[in-house]
Design a protein around this ligand. Sequence first.
Ligand SMILES: C[S@@+](CC[C@H](N)C(=O)[O-])C[C@H]1O[C@@H](n2cnc3c(N)ncnc32)[C@H](O)[C@@H]1O
Length: 462
Amino acid sequence: MITLPPSYVEQMRRQLGAESAAFLASYDAPRTQGLRLNPLKTGLLEKGLDRLELKSRFGLEPVPWCDTGFYYDEASRPGKHPFHAAGLYYIQEPSAMSAVELLAPEPGDIVLDLAGAPGGKSTHIAGKLRGAGLLVSNEIHPARARILSENIERFGIRNAIVTSASPPQLEERFPRFFDKIMVDAPCSGEGMFRKDPEAMDEWSPDHVTMCAARQSDILDSALAMLKTGGRLAYSTCTFNEKENEKVIAGLLQRYPSLRIERTERIWPHLQRGEGHFVCVLRLEEDPGTGRPALSAAAAKRPEGRPKRGAVRPEEEAIRLYEAFAADTLSPEERALPPGEPVLYGEQLYWLPHAAGCPLDRGWLQGLKVLRPGLHLGEVKKGRLEPAHALALSLPDASYATRVFDLPDESDAAERYLRGEALHTDEAAGGWTLVAVAGFPIGWGKLSGGQLKNHYPKGLRKP
Ligand SMILES: C[S@@+](CC[C@H](N)C(=O)[O-])C[C@H]1O[C@@H](n2cnc3c(N)ncnc32)[C@H](O)[C@@H]1O
């Protein structure tokens, strides 16, 4: 039984009138749990529920507002299953699945997720992009940005750049740049009290006022980055009108060329989910607000050209990647998509170039970038050691020449995820993709009847 702050109860009675009794009673009902399947994995949406028995394993039932979303039975703990490590799904509160459905990104879009951690909306957006277009996924707090980056990796996303910047920093770099922007704003979290009673500790009317002011500032930056004709989704997990309808009303006053396309609320006494608010807006004309937005050309910071004849370290690193790929990846996977190599120290990334989007590595200079595209590997002693992200980015195990496929609920899968070496009768040697039920979970290196474990130390199960 949750004890709600008295001034919050009073506020909701005022807001909902006769309906408030049913609303307040919803706090005694069980919270809802959801997961969202990953469309980037081969055939998962079409066959995964039956072939992998996900439906019966986790007691899945469809979430009405998201075709990849499902309620699950809490006792089945899908977050602990090796399929989670393989990025087959993202654990997400069902109501939170509504925001990206309403933003409706499409393959080819250039999208910004401005407040991205831990990654629920970003992984959802990337699933909808299906590898075409670009996602800039940002989180202001560095520690949370690292979690976001891990989730981008686990989901196998190739066309995302993960940054950790404040909205004004990004605004300066990316004026009128994005087709679609997600602003899942920090809020007072009233809609999460049932799921996370600790969210109540911070709640107070003053905190709500502070949140509303911060949300307006974040939205101002977001709007400076939205292309004319572009769409922005603003979402919160609070019921508070000051942070929802009133923030939007203020925005419409400041930007008369902004139109509301749709507003949705999810109420726990009316739907099966926690509280959520989403407003989808379209910018019909350039607002010309006088905010100091740089032109796209001015924002770009071109790099110096390398001396003629000099081999750039990126080119050398890509040659090492190509040698690795020729040995380890299937022919259709060896060719890299349009893009360019980026070296951060010894770490090699592939920065995708999306059609119609000018972003190249010059745009990232001076920004804190955790992941400038797909992490291909680390240059070590004149060879390329493949990155975990590269394994997870393969849509299934058929994209590798050597595969160590483990049954999903096997002792071997658990041991691999704990970082142990595995024994094998395989005589071949070299880098080997490790998979569960045909879906990649990492790399191993075969030698002398042993599979040396390359599952990242930071992800290993205790
Ligand atoms: C509701 S959470 C985002 C959840 C995320 N979109 C997801 O679906 O997993 C809001 C995020 O905004 C970040 N944040 C806090 N202050 C911020 C600010 N001033 N500007 C931008 N983001 C901020 C928080 O660190 C938090 O990660």
